[in-house]
Design a protein around this ligand. Structure first.
Ligand code: BTN
Length: 325
């Protein structure tokens, strides 16, 4: 009920009488009063004025009730579990998935003590400023289709950022979201498979939101949203917008089973499109022009002789000729 009271007070932006809250939720005045008391304890500023009711001073806290009260998605983010601190939301998501968590369950943390990045790297995860979340998926698809879920999330993050703070982002293949050549979001998907059956896929997302000083190793290549848009960005609003966009793109993906209806959109966001890239293939490096992705998400690179190769994300990394993108 606390999340529902919060949602109502937030939407109304005015006083809501105790009587109305009792009627809506079918509970006593004491129960409403207790729920308000608990929300206040969590840090919400709620004024209680005789004969008028309760007023929520507009501000955002980032926690379980805030997220529940905003989660108007269809399936992604239900249920949501918020933690103040976790080692890694991906790790927690895998544990939960093993223990029967449903498709769509979401793990969110305010900070991570062992945030994980791709290729065994760590993900800087200080408290109070960024988004770290992992979506649990139990899709009925073949294991070789699972690699397409990361570009889907990349598209969703780009869309969520545009909706929340109006910023145009790009994608550095396969799934870094960037602004002006600097990384604002990383995605790490992990899956559990047995023969041809996917037990689960967890898609972990880290978005740099608030102002912060980045560790030396990434200081030149990382950026946060607030630096680019000036004002404060609501982490909860951003999270919900990303999940809503993911639901839309996921539905498109499920229709065809691949990225054929999304590859053009992805290509439009691809920062290296029509630019020279270096493919760091363990079997031999080469250069070429990035032309977009194919329907399974592989990067199409046109070599000097005009031959186009499809580069699979698992094997190689791709760099711009002059730096990170
Ligand atoms: C990358 O290296 O670009 C991927 C970074 C992914 C970071 C996110 S933060 C939430 C989730 N939990 C983790 O431990 N990692 C992912």
């Amino acid at each position: 009920m606390k999340a529902e009271i919060l949602a109502l007070l937030r939407d109304r932006q005015d006083y809501v009488s105790g009587q109305e809250l009792c009627r809506r939720f079918g509970v006593s005045r004491t129960a409403v009063w207790k729920a308000i008391g608990q929300l206040k304890k969590e840090g919400y500023h709620i004024q209680a004025v005789q004969n008028r009711g309760y007023l929520l001073e507009q501000e955002e806290l980032f926690g379980q009730h805030e997220l529940e009260s905003r989660m108007d998605t269809e399936w992604a983010g239900h249920p949501v579990s918020w933690y103040e601190t976790l080692g890694s939301t991906n790790l927690q998501a895998k544990l939960d998935a093993e223990n029967g968590a449903e498709n769509g369950a979401l793990i969110v943390a305010d900070m991570q003590t062992a945030g994980r990045g791709r290729r065994g790297r760590t993900w800087n995860s200080p408290p109070g400023t960024n988004l770290y979340f992992t979506l649990i998926l139990k899709p009925q698809i073949a294991p070789d289709q699972a690699s397409m879920l990361t570009p889907l999330m990349g598209l969703a993050v780009a869309e969520g950022i545009r909706e929340t703070c109006g910023l145009q982002t790009g994608i550095k293949w396969p799934n870094d979201v960037v602004i002006d050549g600097r990384k604002v979001c990383g995605i790490l998907a992990e899956m559990s498979v047995e023969r041809e059956f996917i037990h689960y896929v967890v898609v972990g997302v880290g978005i740099n939101v608030g102002l912060q000083s980045f560790p030396e190793q990434v200081a030149d290549t990382a950026v946060c949203l607030q630096e680019k848009c000036g004002g404060k960005v609501s982490r909860a609003e951003l999270l919900v917008n990303v999940l809503k966009a993911f639901e839309r793109y996921y539905a498109v993906f499920r229709k065809t089973g691949d990225l054929s209806d999304l590859r053009q959109m992805y290509g439009n966001l691809l920062v290296s499109r029509d630019k020279e890239v270096r493919v760091l293939d363990p079997k031999g490096e080469y250069q070429g022009i990035a032309r977009g992705i194919n329907e399974t998400g592989e990067l199409l690179v046109e070599k000097e002789d005009g031959v186009v190769t499809a580069v699979y994300a698992g094997e190689v990394s791709v760099r711009g000729i002059y730096g990170y993108v």
